[in-house]
Design a protein around this ligand. Structure first.
Ligand code: GLN
Length: 280
């Protein structure tokens, strides 16, 4: 069953056809992937086989496994996703690591009452991953798309973080008077002319508004950067995700706005992925 599925997915251009076939079969059978690996000849019930066939039809259209199953793991937490939210990427975990490293180096410890602001929160993955590590932190996530904001709220409730995380269906232009310790954001940063070159999983299924960074990919940063200093409490820091080759340009924008840019953090591929900023 897996062999044929793998061949179909490979023919459709899927990157890791064996793994995806196994993930979908495990989900269809409602077993862990490890159980399938341990016992590949396991017998498949009719309903599970039908479900698997349906999942495969979807994956052949390059719909990502996460969107077929409606969930994505991020920071070892399960996030519900939907059409209005960007599918969380492993690269974005770099921002969580960077913000936690700052917390650990601050001398205040993870138990302090950190205040977090997440701009363009999408599924809520950045805000909620941070609150899951900082037991007394509170946070505000802003998300323009009301459907995505509803998903972020559902994710907060799913992880028992809804008493500490507030999600507002607003644009970041509307934040006033915020004074926070940690600002995180994964804004849209793909150069408009390059969106069409991304994988079909991205171009067909991620929301355009979460990808499109304008002609040079920097529109969202140009809008965001001048506002940051006004939202930072003393000692606060900003953690911005950037495209693999945009680190220098975004640091220059931040410096131009009078902010300091301590060394950023690289992703697993070695690209500067998280740019940091603080009040001068
Ligand atoms: N990392 C995403 C991609 O390249 C882009 C997300 C974004 O623009 N913030 O597919």
């Amino acid at each position: 069953m897996l062999d044929i599925a793998q061949l179909r997915l490979a023919a459709a251009g899927v990157d890791a056809p064996r793994r995806d076939a196994r993930l979908l079969l495990a989900a269809a059978m409602e077993v862990e992937e490890a159980a399938l690996l341990a016992d590949p000849g396991r017998c498949v019930a009719v309903e599970a086989a039908q479900r698997f066939a349906d999942y495969l039809e979807q994956r052949v259209t390059r719909r990502p496994v996460s969107r077929i199953l409606g969930v994505r793991e991020f920071w070892s937490l399960t996030f519900e996703i939907g059409p209005g939210v960007l599918d969380p990427r492993p690269d974005t975990e770099t921002l969580v690591e960077a913000a936690l490293a700052h917390v650990d180096a601050s001398g205040h410890g993870r138990e302090a009452a950190w205040r977090v602001l997440d701009l363009g929160t999408g599924s809520g993955c950045l805000l909620l991953a941070l609150l899951s590590e900082l037991p007394n932190a509170t946070g505000l996530g802003l998300e323009r798309d009301p459907e995505a904001a509803a998903i972020a709220r559902a994710n907060a409730a799913r992880h028992g973080l809804d008493t500490r995380a507030q999600v507002r269906a607003e644009a970041w232009e509307e934040v006033e008077g915020a004074q926070v310790d940690l600002i995180v954001s994964n804004p849209p940063y793909v150069r408009r002319g390059e969106i069409q070159d991304l994988a079909p999983e991205v171009t067909r299924y991620d929301p355009w508004s979460a990808l499109d960074g304008g002609p040079d990919g920097l529109d969202a940063y140009r809008d965001l950067v001048p506002r940051l200093a006004g939202w930072l409490a003393p000692g606060g820091q900003v953690f911005l995700e950037v495209g693999h080759d945009q680190g220098g340009e975004v640091q220059a924008l931040l410096q131009g706005a009078g902010l300091r840019t301590p060394a950023g953090v690289c992703d697993l591929a070695g690209n500067l992925r998280c740019v940091r900023a603080a009040a001068a």
